[in-house]
Design a protein around this ligand. Structure first.
Ligand SMILES: [Fe+2]
Ligand SMILES: [Fe+2]
Length: 427
């Protein structure tokens, strides 16, 4: 787009001056407008964009400096030049101070000087206008940028909100999935636990003891949670086995029965391993009957080759079986220590024997059956089984609620004929 021609306004009451300057500017890059008085000049200013004003100082009515002062209000960007008589310095200073004149030139002017000053002033105006245009452009671009940035920010915010909504949904789904898995595991382990007698509640007991042993060992929660899950399912391979084999102690079995019993860790792993998320549990289940000295099954793993989780489950399993076997706490402790090195890793065996009461304390919370020695009995406990002396004399019947008198009776009998049998109570 060609640049518009800049306009110059010349104000002088002398017509010959106006014509002389107009003629002088004929070849210049500017359109010259003229006015014979300040008032007429102001009218032109209102209707045109004037880049340069050249005004005579001495005019009837309105002086040049007065005119420039008013012109400044209408066209503040126009470059103003005052023409003044040789001796009239005061008027020139006035025009500069009040009228904001860019320069003053003496009358009569020298053509070359006037042309040079006018060109200079027009260049100055052009620069000023360009500068203003660029400033305006920058302002607009900044505004646009800010709008984009605001929109972007809003988009990001919306996406963040959407993401966090999705995350919430996902974590809710995860929570529900976790719940379903827990329900599924509970249902499975119940299948094993519904057997009667000493096996009743075995999986749940082993899981609770495993949890306590793992905590005592300072295991990290996430790893321990997996081991506890495996503990709940450790005997899942016994589903479908006849009670006579499933509940039996392996040392009491032989032949096919023993073979069948020994298959339960592998059967358990096969069942659980079919679910991808449970593969790690399957490995722990497979090795829960390995012995520390390598005499266990199914793989005869030895020492540290046995996964730690399987070792802990084996310890918890042993403790629960001993607890259900009618032994006193001291006897159970002694039995556990006896199995150090052969069945259990020595430190684990001693840890279990030492914290036995703490590890089995869950029974009190769960309201289950517990085998207690005489020293642990207290009034208010209810017997879960008949209690007979070692010689077979029935001392207390099932469901008796213990009183101080019963305790005295039990103590005096024990004094006369010390008993090796625990008393089964609901705790
Ligand atoms: Fe087992
Ligand atoms: Fe077991």
């Amino acid at each position: 787009m060609p640049e518009p021609v800049l306009k110059t306004l010349i104000v002088d009451d002398e017509d010959n001056v106006l014509r002389a300057i107009k003629r002088l500017f004929m070849d210049e890059q500017t359109e010259v407008l003229t006015a014979a008085s300040g008032r007429a000049g102001l009218e032109i200013l209102k209707e045109n964009e004037i880049a340069l004003i050249i005004s005579d100082q001495r005019m009837p009515g309105m002086s040049g400096s007065e005119f420039l002062k008013l012109a400044r209000e209408i066209a503040p960007d126009a470059i103003r030049i005052i023409l003044t008589g040789y001796a009239d310095i005061t008027a020139a200073v006035d025009a500069i101070n009040k009228g904001g004149a860019y320069r003053y030139l003496e009358k009569p002017w020298k053509d070359a000087e006037l042309l040079m000053v006018a060109r200079d002033a027009l260049d100055r105006y052009r620069l000023l206008r360009e500068n203003r245009r660029l400033t305006e452009l920058t302002r607009k671009q900044n505004e646009e940028l800010k709008r984009w940035s605001d929109e972007l920010q809003m988009d990001v915010q919306q996406q963040t909100i959407e993401l966090s909504r999705q995350n919430k949904k996902l974590s809710e789904l995860n929570r529900r999935l976790g719940q379903k898995i827990e329900e599924f595991i509970a249902a499975f382990s119940n299948l094993v636990d519904i057997r009667g007698g000493a096996a009743h509640g075995h999986s749940e007991n082993v899981a609770a003891i495993t949890q306590r042993i793992g905590s005592k060992l300072g295991m990290e929660k996430q790893a321990l949670d997996r081991i506890v899950l495996a503990a709940r399912l450790h005997d899942i391979g016994k589903i479908g086995m006849p009670d006579a084999i499933a509940i039996a102690r392996p040392e009491d079995l032989s032949g096919d029965g023993l073979l069948q019993y020994k298959s339960h860790p592998v059967m358990g792993q096969s069942a659980i391993g079919m679910i991808e998320e449970f593969r790690d549990l399957g490995v722990l289940i497979r090795h829960h009957h390995e012995n520390f000295d390598g005499s266990g099954f199914p793989d005869g793993l030895k020492g540290e080759k046995i996964p730690l989780g399987s070792q802990i489950i084996a310890g918890a399993d042993l403790l629960d079986r001993l607890l259900s076997g009618g032994l006193t706490m001291d006897e159970i402790g002694a039995e556990t220590r006896k199995r150090s090195v052969t069945v259990l890793e020595p430190e684990l065996a001693y840890l279990i024997a030492h914290y036995m009461a703490e590890f089995t304390g869950y029974r009190a919370n769960k309201g289950g059956e517990s085998a207690l020695g005489l020293e642990n009995l207290r009034p208010g406990l209810r017997l879960s089984r008949d209690f007979r002396t070692d010689t077979g004399v029935l001392l207390l019947t099932k469901d008796t609620v213990l009183t101080e008198k019963h305790l005295e009776l039990l103590k005096s009998c024990d004094f006369l004929n010390p008993s090796r049998t625990s008393i089964f109570v609901w705790v």
